[in-house]
Design a binder for this molecule. Structure first.
Ligand SMILES: [Cu+2]
Length: 108
C-alpha cells in the first residue's frame, strides 16, 4: 500500500537545463545502480522536451515536455550494467540545431 514511501531517497540530484538550442549540461554521467533525481528546467523562450531514446524509455527514463519557465522531475535508478542513452528535443528542428544530449551509465 505504501510502497512509494519505502523507496530509498535519491543519492544525487541532477539538474538539466533546456534552452535554445541545447541541453545544459549535454552529458550526464551516473554510476551503475545509482539512484538519482533528474530535474529538468526549461530556461528558454520556447517549448522544449527531454526525450530519451527507446533504450532510455525501456530503462524507465521519462519523456518531459515543458513550456518556457516550467520544470519537472522524476526519480530514476540507473541499470546495473553500463550503457548509454541518447536524449533529444523532439520539437521540429531543435535536434538539428543542437538539442542532443547523452546520459552515460558508468561502472562504479
Ligand atoms: Cu527544443
Amino acid at each position: 500500500m505504501l510502497a512509494i514511501a519505502c523507496a530509498p531517497p535519491p543519492e544525487r540530484e541532477i539538474t538539466v537545463g533546456m534552452t535554445e538550442y541545447a541541453f545544459l549540461p549535454n552529458t550526464i554521467e551516473v554510476a551503475t545502480a545509482q539512484r538519482i533525481r533528474i530535474i529538468v528546467r526549461n530556461t528558454g523562450r520556447t517549448e522544449h522536451d527531454f526525450a530519451p531514446d527507446q533504450r532510455g524509455v525501456a530503462l524507465g527514463l521519462k519523456h518531459l515536455h515543458l513550456v518556457p519557465g516550467a520544470s519537472d522531475s522524476f526519480d530514476w535508478t540507473a541499470p546495473a550494467d553500463p550503457t548509454e542513452v541518447r536524449i533529444i528535443c523532439t520539437i521540429v528542428g531543435h535536434e538539428g540545431l543542437g538539442m542532443v544530449g547523452k546520459l552515460i551509465v558508468k561502472p562504479r
